[in-house]
Design a binder for this molecule. Structure first.
Ligand SMILES: Cc1cc2nc3c(=O)[nH]c(=O)nc-3n(C[C@H](O)[C@H](O)[C@H](O)COP(=O)(O)O)c2cc1C
Ligand SMILES: [Fe+2]
Ligand SMILES: [Fe+2]
Length: 396
């Protein structure tokens, strides 16, 4: 049986795995389209290198794919751009069948191969920014790109073919029988943005530095470790430019939860007021929302409004969860408002406010309502909506 491999450039082969069945990443991000673990084989005149491996469980198929091109025992180098198991989890299996293969990584990456995989020290090579490795008419240059999204991450540039291997950076959770981004169609950008939001948004400052390096290299092909390969990389680079440092949109996210409808009544008034003021609103009822869609909208929203009833003296657990993510994900914009209903002592909005402020947010309005909203409360909800819309219009 022939397993799929694709020659993306002369003697540069995709030997990755399509994981059609995976339904969650990081144990909380839904994967409606599965994902892929892209591994690449570079066959030089003298040496052979494998760029990243695959998620544990798929090593045997990886080795079968490699053996359709060269005997796996011939691999000289396993380039580990990132130590996370979805890409580095197969290195031990490859090292077993390739007795001369050494793992090449950043200094921190090399340390992590010891901690995660117990790679013996004589089989580890550490490289620095700008170092090169000669394979024979294929030269690999290593580019340090830390904190994308772990501290040890790097890129590998195949200089002759102008192929940049970026591991998680510029990837997406898409499984498709089409390998190239230009064949995937309209699914690509919304999925690439959802992926960016979860993996890279907390590290947008590192992503900006990495983008500068990518722009300098000006690669013909960008080959990430998840999702399609970009053979016209300009569109994904432009998208990352916008997501990391482009202007924010005139858009507000309203995330809320309500047990008996009071907080929801306020939400309707607030969302419609902001919308009537000419600012786009995206409401997310947390009982049914996909949290990865909330994160995706946070990439370029100008403000966040959080609504929660009081439960046991604090916020509703779903609101706590969303607040924690919003406060810790390095969201740009950083303007927020909070509202909610309570029955006796309250406490929900105070709890959310503390967390958002710790995350660097400016909370411009807080509204607490006892029980179901009365006309006076509705007026206050309108004021909240107007205050948020005004700030957003001033900022965009
Ligand atoms: C499980 C549960 C726990 C609650 N705990 C508190 C509380 O500690 N303090 C308080 O002021 N109200 C508490 N309440 C009352 C709600 O905050 C109040 O009914 C509120 O109006 C509900 O808003 P909603 O209609 O948006 O769900 C609790 C309600 C429930 C169902
Ligand atoms: Fe990763
Ligand atoms: Fe990954």
């Amino acid at each position: 049986m022939a397993f799929k491999t694709v020659e993306i450039s002369p003697n540069v082969f995709w030997v990755g795995i399509e994981d059609w069945n995976r339904r969650f990443f990081d144990a909380f991000i839904p994967l409606p389209n599965g994902t892929s673990y892209n591994s690449y084989l570079i066959v030089g005149k003298e040496k052979t290198a494998l760029i990243d491996t695959v998620n544990p469980g798929f090593e045997k198929i990886l080795l079968k794919k490699i053996s359709q091109i060269v005997p796996p025992g011939k691999i000289d180098y396993i380039i580990m751009n990132h130590a996370e198991p979805d890409h580095a989890g197969g290195i031990l299996e490859v090292m077993k069948v390739a007795p001369n293969a050494k793992v090449v990584a950043t200094k921190l990456g090399v340390d992590m191969t010891k901690i995660y995989f117990d790679v013996p020290s004589e089989r580890r090579i550490s490289v620095k920014d700008g170092d090169t490795l000669e394979l024979g008419q294929k030269t690999l240059k290593f580019i340090e790109a830390p904190w994308l999204h772990w501290p040890e991450t790097m890129f590998t540039f195949n200089m002759e073919d102008s192929v940049l291997f970026t591991c998680d950076f510029l990837g997406s959770h898409i499984t498709s029988d089409k390998l190239f981004a230009d064949e995937v169609g309209g699914l690509l950008m919304p999925e690439a943005k959802r992926y960016y939001a979860e993996i890279m948004m907390p590290f947008s400052a590192s992503a900006q530095k990495a983008l500068d390096k990518v722009n300098l290299l000006n690669p013909k092909i960008i080959a990430p470790s998840h999702g399609p390969v970009h053979r016209n990389p300009q569109s994904i680079i432009e998208a990352y430019e916008k997501w990391t440092r482009g202007p924010l949109e005139k858009k507000v996210i309203v995330v809320y939860v309500s047990m008996w409808g009071s907080t929801q009544t306020l939400e309707r008034i607030i969302t419609e007021t902001i919308s009537t003021e000419g600012v786009e609103t995206v409401p997310y009822n947390l009982t049914v929302a996909d949290i990865s869609h909330v994160l995706r909208d946070l990439v370029d929203a100008s403000a966040v409004v959080i609504g929660t009833p009081t439960v046991l003296g604090g916020a509703h657990p779903l609101a706590l969860y969303a607040t924690e993510l919003i406060a810790s994900f390095g969201v740009r914009g950083k303007i927020a408002a909070i509202f909610g209903s309570f029955g006796w002592g309250g406490g929900a909005t105070r709890r959310v406010k503390l967390r958002l402020e710790k995350g660097g947010f400016e909370v411009v309005y807080t509204l607490d309502v006892r029980g179901p909203p009365k006309p006076a409360h509705i007026e206050k909800a309108v004021s909240l909506g107007k205050a948020v819309a005004k700030r957003v219009k001033e900022a965009t």
